[in-house]
Design a protein. Structure first.
Length: 251
């Protein structure tokens, strides 16, 4: 996990900070203000808000089961739900340790070039950062769920990336194609909005309006709806992880 964390977090830091610097350096030419620079940077780096948590959590249970260390862990006076909670919190804390400092440095770079904005805008950047961490937590609980039901770490990784990330993102596109083919495209059908909200990445994209305050009619859902969707996703995957791990027969 340490090597994975170093590699992916370093890539994230490079992409985020280089993007901030480039946008800030040419901000005068492109007429970009602080708010636009930070929101665009988060958009460019958004892929890491799925990859980082998945890479750190896909083998939380399956990895230990393959190494047989899970038996030593469960021989201690701890409940299985405590194991799940502890591992999830541990990964979330690690994610916070990279995302918060990198974002803060990015804010300082943008502020140095474009001047520091009002406290309201600064507050909005950190409110969005909380949403980013929450979305990352959703991918952590999802990967934990796949790690519990998988016998190997490889299977868990494939499920997390293909089904949990790419698959959930594709549901909205597929639903739009279905709506178009069936002639039901005068407005976005309710089920496409639901399928859009199922993906934490999509919800995070909508929540970016917290910073930009540039809500688009193209967005199928609103910012409050995206937060509700993330909450439902987190609670559902977390409870399923706890329930399935408590019932899991370790062989």
């Amino acid at each position: 996990m340490t090597k994975r964390f170093i590699i992916i977090s370093s890539l994230y830091a490079i992409v985020f900070l280089v993007s901030v610097w480039i946008l800030s350096h040419y901000s005068g030419m492109m007429a970009l203000d602080f708010r636009t620079i930070i929101s665009n940077t988060h958009s460019y780096a958004s892929i890491f808000y799925a990859i980082l948590p998945i890479a750190l959590s896909f083998d939380l249970i399956s990895g230990e089961q393959m190494k047989k260390s899970i038996y030593l862990l469960l021989s201690k006076p701890v409940e299985r739900e405590e194991v799940v909670i502890g591992k999830i919190l541990g990964v979330i804390m690690v994610i916070c340790a990279i995302i918060i400092p990198v974002s803060t440095v990015g804010n300082l770079i943008a502020g140095a070039f474009r001047g520091f904005p009002s406290l309201d805008i600064i507050a909005r950047t950190y409110i969005y950062l909380v949403v980013v961490i929450f979305a990352c937590a959703c991918y952590v609980t999802l990967s934990m769920l796949f790690s519990i039901i998988s016998k190997t770490s490889g299977t868990s990784l494939i499920l997390s990336l293909i089904a949990g990330w790419f698959g959930l993102n594709m549901l909205y596109t597929i639903s739009l194609m279905y709506a178009f083919l069936t002639g039901n495209f005068t407005k976005i059908p309710w089920y496409t909005k639901v399928l859009y909200a199922v993906s934490p990445s999509n919800d995070l994209s909508v929540a970016l309006n917290i910073i930009s305050e540039n809500a688009s009619s193209v967005d199928p859902i609103s910012v409050p709806q995206s937060i509700v969707a993330l909450t439902i996703f987190f609670v559902t995957t977390f409870l399923l992880s706890v329930i399935l791990f408590k019932r899991k027969e370790l062989i």
